[in-house]
Design a protein. Structure first.
Lengths: 112, 113
């Protein structure tokens, strides 16, 4: 069964450093999302991406965040200068069009 | 108006019992209501979903009940099993599902023998 793949599974970084979280969505999907989940809390929307551009972003997704789909398969989330409060699980999701969104296993980001 | 309120925060049910989790929403533009199951260290996985044109959907031991006028929906797990122990999130979105999901706060379900 096709699945959304995220790498790395765990990333530890120093405050102020840049991180790139990578995702390979399901191949024929058209809509791509990043969500995050702070430990023990609900899943929060960060950004959606469709037709090679951001379609919506939340207030969390400030100028420190960016997304790219550089080669038609990978979908990346970059955090330019990490803060302690960026520590969370980051989930990539993809959707063919309508209804079911498939989530990856997540990247646990720890900022120290 | 974008919030989805979920209760209870945690739930303990005996094996074989019925687990019930409730959600309420405000945004009448929502037209798709999925439930996700999440095990520790894993991503959310779609369990079952409903659209507002039906009042109930059943898949195996899992049933969603939907009350459009009250803007509420609930998940019932019949004959609950220890393997059902997980965190359950209700969610909602609009535009026929082609938009971000708004998640509830989650319910940690524990099934005891």
């Amino acid at each position: 069964e096709p699945e959304v793949t995220q790498t790395p599974s765990h990333q530890v970084t120093q405050m102020g450093q840049e991180v790139i979280l990578r995702c390979v969505p399901i191949s024929n999907h058209l809509y791509f999302y990043w969500y995050r989940q702070i430990l023990g809390q609900k899943v929060e929307f960060l950004v959606s991406f469709y037709n090679n551009e951001i379609s919506e972003k939340s207030e969390i997704f400030d100028d420190q965040f960016s997304v790219e789909r550089p080669d038609g398969s990978n979908f990346t989330l970059k955090i330019r200068s990490t803060k302690l409060e960026d520590s969370a699980m980051y989930f990539c999701a993809s959707q063919k069009g309508g209804w079911e969104a498939f989530f990856g296993q997540g990247t646990r980001l720890t900022v120290v | 108006q974008q919030q989805v309120k979920q209760s209870p925060q945690s739930l303990i049910v005996q094996k074989g019992g019925i687990s019930i989790i409730n959600c309420a929403y405000e945004n009448t533009a929502f037209d798709y209501f999925p439930w996700y199951q999440q095990f520790p260290g894993k991503g959310p996985a779609l369990l079952i979903a409903i659209r507002p044109d039906v009042s109930e959907k059943k898949e195996g031991r899992f049933t969603i009940s939907f009350n459009k006028s009250a803007k509420q929906f609930s998940l019932h797990i019949m004959d609950s099993q220890p393997g059902d122990s997980a965190t359950y999130f209700c969610a909602a979105n609009s535009n026929f599902g082609n938009e971000k999901l708004t998640f509830g706060t989650g319910t940690r379900l524990t099934i005891i023998p």
